[in-house]
Design a protein around this ligand. Structure first.
Ligand SMILES: Nc1ncnc2c1ncn2[C@@H]1O[C@H](COP(=O)(O)OP(=O)(O)OP(=O)(O)O)[C@@H](O)[C@H]1O
Length: 322
């Protein structure tokens, strides 16, 4: 790299550092001798929704809790809205909303009391009853937290994150344990926040959630960033045409890959196969003929582009957890 190019790159990085709502640079964190985040770097722009994906134990919660100021980095730089989350916590806290993974919020208080309590910490909080209604908790407003269902506790945690009208929200597995209707409502709320310019960092194990909500997706594994881009670029960049099918596990992928129209074949998880091809109709004929000739039952067959889940499984070699 020439000296001029280096200077331009450094200037561009300085602008990005200034502009970004979140800056993570060379961030590392260990518990004892176990390094769970390893030189992680990424930016989140103002108004952007970034989804952090990764298998269990990848270091997502550690990263998010460090951004929230609950943990200190061992190494590296962390900036949230231009502030150091630990040393400038007092300045930062009123500007961010945090939806925690654990929901042990005051078991003896009612949902409304908890939300009113948090509303009291902010100068211009949202209307408590309107917010309870927005997250679908009006009927449970007088229910003590210990009696709320898992999904209702998540909704209350979401309301707590939003009550202070934050500029930036951290949502750690926001829809885990929610029923489909509550999940839809939560997605609508996230879209509404985005329309209002709120920056959102969410962690999720749900690939469709990431694909629907995120402007960009960051996949981390063993504490390292292994991919980061828009969902479209992540999925479009890989196998443009794929055939997926479900059949008994342990089929010989070398034989599948040897079908004339197949480019590559793999068993992405037990009994779930993926074949890349440039010619879907021909491959379908070859595949179904091959299966019929060997009396192999076929229980599902789909064609299309590679999904985020396919990419995730390939990059991390992990199962997706519900
Ligand atoms: N306080 C702690 N002390 C020791 N080890 C910890 C602590 N917190 C987390 N870990 C370990 O650090 C690793 C990363 O955990 P982390 O919770 O950040 O992962 P994650 O990607 O959020 O996982 P999940 O998807 O399961 O929530 C795991 O191996 C976990 O057991």
């Amino acid at each position: 790299m020439s000296a001029d190019t280096q200077t331009t790159a450094a200037a561009a990085k300085a602008v990005l550092d200034d502009l970004a709502a979140i800056v993570v640079e060379n961030f590392s964190k260990s518990y004892g001798t176990h390094r769970v985040v390893d030189k992680l770097s990424f930016h989140v722009l103002p108004g952007e929704v970034l989804a952090l994906l990764g298998p269990n134990g990848a270091g997502k919660t550690t990263t998010v809790e460090t951004l929230e100021g609950y943990r200190s980095p061992d190494m590296g730089t962390i900036r949230v809205l231009g502030l150091d989350p630990v040393r400038q916590a007092e300045e930062l806290k009123p500007r961010i909303g945090v939806m925690l993974q654990q929901d042990g919020l005051y078991p003896a208080l009612t949902a409304r009391e908890v939300l009113s309590l948090f509303a009291g910490y902010y100068e211009q909080p949202q209307d408590v009853d309107a917010l309870l209604e927005r997250v679908g908790l009006t009927d449970s407003a007088k229910t003590r937290c210990r009696r709320l269902s898992g999904g209702q506790k998540r909704r209350l945690a979401l309301a707590v994150a939003l009550v202070g009208n934050p500029e930036l929200v951290f949502l750690d597995e926001p829809t885990a344990g929610m029923d489909p209707q509550a999940r839809q409502t939560t997605w609508e709320i996230v879209r509404e926040l985005k329309r209002n310019g709120v920056t959102i960092l969410l962690t999720t194990h749900l690939m469709d959630e990431a694909e629907r909500l995120a402007d960009r997706v960051a996949i981390i594994d063993h504490g390292q960033l292994i991919a980061m881009d828009t969902p479209g670029n992540l999925t479009g960049g890989q196998n443009a045409n794929v055939v997926r099918f479900v059949a008994p596990e342990g089929l010989d992928c070398r034989k599948l890959a040897a079908l004339p129209a197949a480019k590559k074949a793999e068993e992405v998880r037990a009994g779930s196969y993926l074949i890349e091809t440039d010619d879907i109709p021909t491959l379908l004929v070859e595949l179904t003929t091959w299966l019929r000739d060997q009396a192999i039952p076929l229980s599902e067959l789909r064609v299309g582009h590679g999904s985020l889940e396919d990419l995730f499984l390939r990059l991390t070699g992990s199962e997706v957890r519900d």
